[in-house]
Design a protein around this ligand. Structure first.
Ligand code: ADP
Ligand code: MG
Length: 416
C-alpha cells in the first residue's frame, strides 16, 4: 500500500509539476479537472491491475463491466465490528475517517482556505484542492486508526449531492482503492450522512443518540430540510427550502456586510455581543413545513442599502446588532417549522444536523424551546456539524449491514 501511495504521489507531482500544469493550461477548467481525475483514476487502476494496460481515453468501468472481468470482490462477511473507511469530498472539505462497528478510530479533515479570497466556494479550485489533499488525508486516517487497507470491510464514499468536480475526486479515489485492495464500495448520500452523525460513537465516550422515530432539522450550506427518521436508513422528507438554504442565507448576508467566508461562524461570533431585538427583518409566509430564505436575504440587502445611503458607516457602527438580529430571525424561522412538525407528527425526539447546527444562537434557543415543549433535543458535537467523513463511515456501517454495496461503474451525482 505504501508503494501504491508513493506512486500516486509521484503521479500527482506529474500533474501539478510545472510541465503538467503547462500541459493543461489551455483547456477549459472543467475539462481540465475531468481530465486530471481520469488520469488519476486510470493511474490507480494501472497500479493494481497488473495485466491491464489502460489508456487515458478508455473508460475503466467499461473494462470492469465486461462479463469476463475479474473484479468480483464483494464477498466479505459483514459483522457488527466491520472496519469502514469513509471518504467525504462533496464540497470544500476533504475528509477521511475510519470506524470499527460505529466506534470512531480516526477522523481527518483538510479544510480549503483557498476560497476565502472569493467569498464563496470556487468549484474548480475545490476539485483541484481535493486532488492534492485526498491521498495524505486517507493515509493519515488509516495511520491514526492503525488499520491496514486490506483489513477494511468496506470503503464508504459520498456519491452526492455536491459539486461534480469535488465528488469526482472522492468517488474516483474510492474506486481506485477498492480495486487495489479488493475491498467493497458503499455509496452514501451526503445528507443521510449528516443525519447519521448522531450515531457516531467515540471510544470511551457515550454520545447520546436520538430514539426512533425522531425529527431531524438538517440545515447546511446547500440544504435545509426537516426529516422524519424512522430507522437508520429510513428518512422521510417532510419539509425543505424552496430557494436558499439557511447556511446560504448566513453566507450571503455576511458577504453583503463585507464579512469573510464562510459567513455563518463570523455572524455567530459577532452576534454574541449584539442586540437581537434592535432590527427586524422579513419572515417568510410559506405553507406547510417548507422554508424560504431568499426574501430575508433581499430585505436585509435593501435595508443595508437604504441605511448606508443615509450613513456610509452604518454597517461598521452596527455590525454586532445587525448580526444578532439577523441570526435571531434565521433561528426563529428554523424553529417555527420544527414546532409545526412536532404538532403534525406528535414526535418529540428532535435532532439537528449540518453546518448551521453549530450556531450558538440556534443551539441555545433549541435547548430552551425543547424544555418548554417537553421534547428531547439532540445537538451534535461541533466537530460533526460541518462536512466530515466520520458521518459518511457511520452511514456506510448501516448500509453495509443491509448488504448495500456499490458497483464499480457507479458515478457521482450532483443532485440526489
Ligand atoms: P454543505 O454540506 O452544504 O457544504 P456544511 O454542512 O459543511 O454545508 O455547512 C456549511 C455551512 O454551515 C456554511 O453555510 C456555514 O456558513 C454554516 N455554518 C457553519 N458554522 C456556522 C455557525 N456557527 N453559525 C451559522 N452557520 C454556520
Ligand atoms: Mg454538508
Amino acid at each position: 500500500m505504501c508503494c501504491l501511495i508513493y506512486q500516486i504521489l509521484l503521479h500527482h507531482r506529474m500533474l501539478y509539476g510545472k510541465k503538467g500544469h503547462e500541459r493543461h493550461q489551455n483547456q477549459h477548467p472543467q475539462h481540465r479537472t475531468q481530465y486530471d481525475c481520469k488520469l488519476f483514476y486510470n493511474f490507480v487502476a494501472k497500479l493494481v491491475c497488473k495485466t491491464a494496460t489502460y489508456k487515458v481515453s478508455v473508460s475503466l468501468e467499461e473494462k470492469c463491466l465486461k462479463p469476463n472481468n475479474s473484479f468480483n470482490f464483494f464477498k466479505l462477511p459483514v459483522t457488527n465490528n466491520s472496519i469502514i473507511l469513509g471518504i467525504e469530498s462533496s464540497c470544500d472539505d476533504t475528509s477521511a475517517a475510519v470506524i470499527r462497528g460505529t466506534e470512531l478510530l480516526s477522523n481527518i479533515i483538510a479544510n480549503q482556505s483557498v476560497h476565502e479570497a472569493y467569498g464563496g466556494v470556487v468549484p474548480e479550485l475545490a476539485s483541484r484542492a481535493h486532488q492534492q489533499n485526498i491521498i495524505p488525508v486517507v493515509h493519515r486516517a488509516l495511520t491514526v486508526a492503525q488499520v491496514k487497507p486490506q483489513e477494511l470491510s468496506a470503503i464508504a464514499f459520498t456519491r452526492g449531492p455536491g459539486l461534480m468536480g469535488s465528488l469526482l475526486v472522492g468517488v474516483s479515489f474510492a474506486k481506485g482503492l477498492s480495486l487495489a485492495t479488493g475491498v467493497p464500495l458503499v455509496e452514501v448520500n451526503h445528507l443521510q450522512g449528516h443525519v447519521l452523525s448522531h450515531f457516531i460513537d467515540e471510544p470511551g465516550k457515550q454520545l447520546p443518540h436520538p430514539k426512533f422515530p425522531f425529527l431531524c432539522l438538517l440545515a447546511s450550506g446547500g440544504h435545509t430540510q426537516i426529516l422524519l427518521v424512522k430507522a437508520p436508513l429510513q428518512h422521510q422528507l417532510i419539509g425543505q427550502t424552496i430557494d436558499d438554504a439557511a447556511g446560504e442565507a448566513f453566507d450571503k448576508c455576511a458577504k453583503v456586510m463585507g464579512l469573510s467566508y464562510p459567513g455563518g461562524p463570523v455572524i455567530d461570533k459577532l452576534a454574541a455581543r449584539g442586540n437581537p431585538d434592535r432590527f427586524s427583518f422579513a419572515k417568510p409566509q410559506i405553507l406547510e413545513l417548507d422554508y424560504s430564505f431568499s426574501g430575508l436575504k433581499t430585505s436585509f440587502l435593501y435595508f443595508l442599502r437604504d441605511e448606508a445611503a443615509l450613513n456610509p458607516s452604518f454597517i461598521e457602527e452596527n455590525k454586532a446588532d445587525l448580526c444578532a438580529s439577523l441570526q435571531r430571525t434565521i433561528v426563529d424561522i428554523l424553529i417555527h417549522k420544527v414546532d409545526k412538525a412536532i404538532k403534525q407528527t406528535g414526535v418529540k425526539e428532535i435532532a439537528v444536523a449540518g453546518g448551521v447546527s453549530a450556531n450558538s444562537g440556534l443551539r441555545n434557543e433549541l435547548k430552551c424551546w425543547g424544555k418548554k415543549r417537553s421534547c428531547n433535543v439532540y445537538l451534535p458535537e461541533l466537530r460533526y456539524t460541518t462536512d466530515n467523513a466520520a458521518m459518511i463511515a457511520t452511514a456506510g456501517h448501516y448500509l453495509l449491514q443491509e448488504g448495500k454495496t456499490a458497483p464499480l461503474d457507479i458515478a457521482p451525482l450532483a443532485r440526489m
